[in-house]
Design a protein around this ligand. Structure first.
Ligand code: NAD
Length: 356
């Protein structure tokens, strides 16, 4: 098969880590008989420098025409003082909106080989953990009506949370379908003891759950979920939640893995096209020094194979290669620990390709 991939290499370490993932895709293509045609487009700070805008029209059109999009990271101190419309992050929001991406999938997995980096007590993570947080991305309080007004106690501000049955239903289906490819358990997180939107969320999730009798589903209040993530993270398989709760909980989940350079993510809409990117930023402090950990971006490419191209075996081969490299003791500096020897971005990529 042949697949068209639009690449957004972006800023800082973006080009190094995206090029690493492209090399890994090249190896997978060679081994399994696929062609991944990867074409770079501008977005972020580099696009501002070259074209005057963070997200050129050409990039939007190319991403919408491609089979999928792989993104490194955008931003850096050079553009920090730019006015709001001319900031690199504008490219990310613009791209998500233009591509109609309403689901964010963020796996948070503790690699046994990296258990020492986990900030939780060893007995809590003795059996590791491996969850995916499915976050609704285009609705809820971040997109609701907001403003300032004169209130009971003088000037006040307000934000509104609204969710339609359709929005909850489609994200719930993504969660149940994801669970079917994993350990078949969904935890739906809400605040149904207080919020009307959460009550609608819960009712709708239960209705969708009836279509998935092979997947178990439990509800959890968000305050309890924040506790359970640090108390017993192994209980979670697929977590589904609203935009704001997902924003907060997915950061908590990534923090407890202890290694930001390891975590991939994907954003999906209807259909199979998605936007795949590491969860970390452009790490300007180490850009251009061959020090970046390419694993989050390589695992993002693996997610692309699994979720956009239904190439589960190829995705698993990449993930297994990463596991073997880590188990063999190879580390980039971010995961090497105090005083331990580390290899660079290129060498880490070579090791993973070697294991493939
Ligand atoms: P960051 O994630 O870029 O860096 C935080 C720390 O983690 C730094 O010390 C960095 O060196 C390290 N780090 C991050 N990724 C690494 C990797 N792959 N390998 C080794 N070390 C890694 O976050 P920040 O410093 O807050 O932000 C830097 C820039 O990135 C800012 O301009 C910010 O706006 C942007 N940003 C972009 C995205 C995105 O493109 N999706 C996300 C977050 C931040």
């Amino acid at each position: 098969m042949e697949y068209q991939i639009a690449l957004i290499r972006g800023d800082g370490i973006g080009p190094e880590i995206v090029d690493s993932a492209v090399r890994v895709l090249g190896k997978v293509g060679e081994k399994y008989g696929h062609t991944f045609r990867c074409t770079p487009y501008l977005a972020g700070g580099c696009a501002i420098d070259e074209t005057g805008v963070p997200l050129p029209e050409e990039t939007v059109a190319a991403c919408k025409a491609a089979d999928s999009v792989l993104l490194g990271a955008v931003g850096g101190p050079k553009w920090d003082q730019n006015p709001a419309g001319l900031r690199p992050e504008k490219a990310l929001l613009g791209l998500r909106a233009a591509m109609g991406l309403y689901t964010n999938l963020r796996p948070a997995k503790l690699y046994p080989a990296l258990a020492g980096d986990c900030p939780l007590r060893p007995d809590i993570v003795a059996n590791g953990f491996d969850m995916v947080i499915v976050r609704e991305l285009t609705g809820g309080i971040y997109f609701g009506e907001r403003g300032r007004r004169e209130g009971k106690y003088g000037p006040e501000a307000y934000d509104t949370e609204a969710y339609s049955v359709m929005e909850v239903e489609r994200i719930a289906r993504v969660a149940f379908e994801t669970a079917r490819k994993r350990r078949r358990h969904v935890t739906s997180i809400d605040k149904a003891n207080v919020l009307e939107t959460s009550r609608l969320w819960r009712e709708t999730v239960h209705r969708v759950a009836a279509d998935y009798p092979d997947v178990t589903c439990t509800d959890m209040l968000v305050d309890n979920a924040a506790m359970q993530l640090v108390r017993n993270p192994a209980q979670f398989d697929v977590v589904v939640t609203s935009n704001m709760f997902g924003d907060i909980l997915s950061d908590e989940a990534s923090q407890i893995t202890g290694s930001i350079g390891m975590l991939p993510s994907s954003s999906l809409g209807d259909g199979t096209r998605g936007l795949y990117e590491p969860i970390h930023g452009s790490a300007p402090d180490i850009a251009g020094q061959d020090k970046a950990n390419p694993i989050a971006t390589i695992l993002s490419a693996a997610m692309m194979l699994r979720y956009s191209f239904s190439l589960g075996e190829e995705a698993a081969a990449i993930e297994a290669a990463v596991d073997r490299v880590l188990n063999a003791g190879w580390r980039t500096s971010d995961i090497a620990g105090e005083g331990a020897a580390a290899i660079g971005c290129t060498a880490m990529t070579d090791k993973i390709i070697g294991e493939l």
